[in-house]
Structures are given as C-alpha cells and as structure tokens.
Ligand binder design. Structure first.
Ligand code: ADP
Ligand code: MG
Length: 277
C-alpha cells in the first residue's frame, strides 16, 4: 500500500544506577555511537558534573560552554547547547560542565524543580533534528539531577556490572523509579537492562548474569558487554570505542547491543502500527 510518513517516535532513556563505576557513562556514549552508526539520530544529554560522557564524545565542556546546566536553569534552549560529533553528525551531545556541580542545590529552591529537563527537551525546535533516541547520562546519586532525568524520560536503562554486590542498590533504584512513576511521571518504566564488564572466565559473572535475567526477564539485552581494556582507553582519546578500535570486542558488543535495541524498537513500532490500524 501507500507508505505513510514515519510517525514521530523519539525514545528518551535515562541511564541510571546510583552505584558509581558500573558503566553508565561508557554505555551512554558507546550505545549512542552504535545507534548513530545504524543511521539513527541520537542525542546524549550529560547530566553528570564530571562531564565524562562529554569527554568521550569529544564535546567542548569547559566552564561557561552552553550545557545542561544552563538548560536546567532555563537560560538557553536545548538546540543552542547541542554539539554534533565531528565524525558522525547524527551523534549529538549536550555537554555537562563543572557548573552543574552546584545545580543539585540550586534546583531545590526553584519552581517545577523536577520537570526542568523535560520542559527543555519538549522544545519544538528539537523536532527539526528528527531524534530517534535521547540517552541521559546520570550522576551516581538519586538526587534532583537524576529525578529530572526520570521525569524527562519514559524509559530507564540500568547498566549492571557483573561483579559481587551487583544487585546491591538496585532495590533502592527501583523504589525511586516507583516513586517518580506514582507522583511525577506515570509512563516511566525499566525497559532495558545491560550487563557490563562481563568476564567470561569467572563463574561469578555467569551467576550474576543469571540472577539479573531471572529478576528482569526480557528487559535484559542478550548482548553482554565484556570487560575490555579498549573500552576503558577510548575516553582518554576523546573517542567512543567504536572510533578508537572498531574491531575490538568492546566495540562489537556495543554494536550488537545497539542493533538489538534498534531491532526491538522496529518491532515495537510495527506492533503499534498494527494495533493502531
Ligand atoms: P559510571 O558512569 O557508572 O560511573 P563508567 O562508565 O564511568 O561508570 O565506568 C567506570 C570505569 O570502568 C571507567 O574507568 C570505565 O572506563 C571502565 N569501564 C566501563 N566499562 C568497561 C568495560 N566494558 N571494560 C573495561 N572497563 C570498563
Ligand atoms: Mg558516569
């Protein structure tokens, strides 16, 4: 039949886990790069004052650069903070600068303090970019920055490190997600779980993977991210691992994860079209 224009469908995912060092930032930038390589338009919003996602994406993020901080304050429009990746313009970033470090406290006294990122990302000027995915990289806490991310998104992606105490703190994260769901954003749900820093030589890694799969079921991506030195080296060169060493196991695993997410997305779209017909 006649092909209709693709319905606007921008998926917004918050990458959260209040535990530090589990691979949130690494997953945000490399998954974004993997989705962009497939022809999708992806925006990474760096909400961690450390600015590690900005660094890995080669984005300028010295103090004063238009960033997520000014966005939260309502001083600038989202389009004015976006930097396009020089190698792939479909891969975009709103950087975080050190200015964001004070935002957690500054936000407390502001009106609509939990919904400021959502408001900024609802700007119709963003429609021109035809974004398929927005990935929000959160700081390792459950404070107002993470709450802003959870209000702006409809999905949560949880990276879980295949280590001892992997699920420690996940219960608290899930309770926070429920609170946000109940009071601020009914659409919020855990759509995706990704296992990171997997070491196939250890029995423990498999035990953790099994435990996570039995807990989260189909939300867990089949693609698992191995522990790989290339993955940890790439940000030091201002690159994603896909640019730094495209043939490495780390790069391949993020490509797989990106394909899996895009494939799920395509089948969900098809499902929506069928049920909406
Ligand atoms: P978070 O954002 O959750 O704090 P990061 O993504 O910054 O975690 O990762 C923590 C550290 O682990 C970083 O030094 C990063 O380079 C490293 N790392 C992340 N994923 C991998 C991996 N698959 N293999 C090896 N090192 C990794
Ligand atoms: Mg991080």
């Amino acid at each position: 039949g006649v092909s209709l224009p693709k319905p606007k469908h921008r998926r917004v995912l918050t990458i959260a886990n209040q535990k530090g060092g589990v691979g949130k930032t690494t997953t945000a930038v490399n998954l974004a790069a993997a989705l962009a390589i497939q022809g999708l338009s992806v925006l990474v919003v760096d909400l961690d004052p450390q600015g590690n996602a900005s660094t890995a994406l080669g984005a300028e993020h010295t103090s004063g650069t238009p960033s997520s901080y000014e966005l939260l304050l309502g001083e600038i429009a989202a389009v004015d903070a976006i930097q396009k990746n020089p190698k792939n313009p479909r891969l975009m970033c709103i950087p975080a600068t050190i200015d964001l470090a004070g935002a957690e406290i500054e936000l407390v006294s502001m009106v609509a303090r939990e919904g400021r990122l959502k408001t900024a990302l609802s700007d119709s000027a963003l429609d021109e970019l035809d974004l398929d995915f927005v990935l929000i990289d959160c700081p390792p806490s459950l404070g107002l920055l993470t709450v802003n991310a959870m209000v702006a998104a409809s999905e949560v992606l949880i990276p879980i490190q295949c280590e001892y105490y992997a699920l420690e703190g996940v219960g608290q994260l899930l309770r926070n997600i429920e609170l946000v769901q109940a009071h601020l954003n009914p659409a919020l749900h855990v759509s995706t779980v990704i296992l990171t820093m997997y070491d196939g030589r250890t029995k423990l890694a498999d035990q953790v993977a099994d435990e996570v799969r039995s807990h989260f079921g189909g939300a867990v991506l089949k693609s698992v991210i191995p522990r790989s030195v290339k993955v940890s080296e790439a940000p030091g060169y201002g690159m994603t691992v896909l640019d730094y060493d495209p043939g490495s196991r780390g790069a391949m695993s993020y490509l797989d994860a990106g394909r899996e997410m895009a494939a799920r997305d395509a089948s969900e779209r098809a499902g929506t079209e069928v049920s909406g017909a």
